[in-house]
Design a protein around this ligand. Sequence first.
Ligand code: NAD
Length: 403
Amino acid sequence: MTQVLILGAGYAGMRTAKILAKKAPNDINITLIDKETYHTEKTNLHEVAAGTISPDRISYDIREVLPERINFLNAEVVKIDVDHKCVYLKGQDNPLEYDQVVICLGFKSESFGIDGVEQYSLPLDTLDAAKNVWNSIEQSVKRFNETKDERDLNIVICGAGFTGIEVLGELANKLPELQQRYQTPSIKVTCLERATSILPMFSKELGDYTLNFMSKHNINMILGAEINGVSDRKVSYKLNDEEKELEASTIVWTVGVSGSDIMEDSNLPAKRGRVIVDDHLNLEDHPEVYVLGDVAAVMDPTSNRPYPVTAQIALSQATYAAKRISKTLDNKDFDEKYEYHSLGTVASLGDRDAVAETSLAGKTIKLKGYPASALKKVITDKSLYKDANISTMLKKGRYDLWK
Ligand code: NAD
């Protein structure tokens, strides 16, 4: 029997499985493999990190939502051997063989070789990592009344990319409540960002709106600050050629991501865990190997650089790959090349505010405040509906759009 393996049950893996279940010929055996038993909506990790929602709101049991014809294997992939068409799993001597494989193993936080990052700062790349961030914030604030150590009321967010900005947005809403609960002086939040402006993919107007939001919520944005080391409750950085330090009990690392280590461990031609794919999202010379999502580098013909990794592009790649695999396995031609058309981007600023750029009839539309925030919620609900099911969307979705 023809075997299709899908490696990773993130956005790309879940979407691929869902479409293959409907479209692949009936005599194909399809297996989805993940080291966890649950899927995490990683675009919402910042909410768990800031304690604004519980972890179960952004995760769901994979088995509960998978169509019956998809097998689920709860196992850890350690290596892919594309020459012998097989996948090695942790603790198992015999590899699994495949006819077609879809590699979508996701991202991890990247330290860029900066000293002390792994030991002394908290990444934000998994559900457990997000729980750790919230735990550190809450425990430090709670502890302050005994320690009177100022560092317990200081939080440093490293990097003002999308992740950093979205965490800051949530914290702006959550921290006054935390301060009230533990009756502490104000909690100080500082963000260190190397660039001298933020959100370069948005217009200056939306960047300024975001900076105003931060200033209104007493978040100290230090731009032009290059972090060069992290040690015990301390971040070192360079600002205008001057070496500086900040002390904090919670240091969150949102300075960038790379694709899964398994890409390099498998000797695939990866750079920072990402492999350049061809027009059909295949590994070069391997039409049976699809690489999707955060481990794939798809070239943007306009900029001649890879598109940034987002859930949106992962879902669009999965839709394409699943259709192509289904046609190929049905012995039909499918020569259409993969093309990406971004629907726009949203960065949330807490539960009621956001900035967004989207396009309608070829025109760029800029949104800020409530409408942008509502758009983000619609995107979250749509993803839960399409990749899980309607009951998961009803249980975990966001409906308070206009409160
Ligand atoms: P990022 O790479 O987008 O941002 C990292 C930020 O850290 C950048 O602004 C960079 O200038 C800064 N930085 C890098 N090195 C530094 C240093 N030494 N000192 C100080 N600052 C430094 O990473 P991210 O925010 O984790 O996002 C990862 C990917 O996920 C991106 O492609 C992003 O677009 C995507 N994402 C999208 C959304 C969304 O669409 N809403 C949300 C989260 C993440």
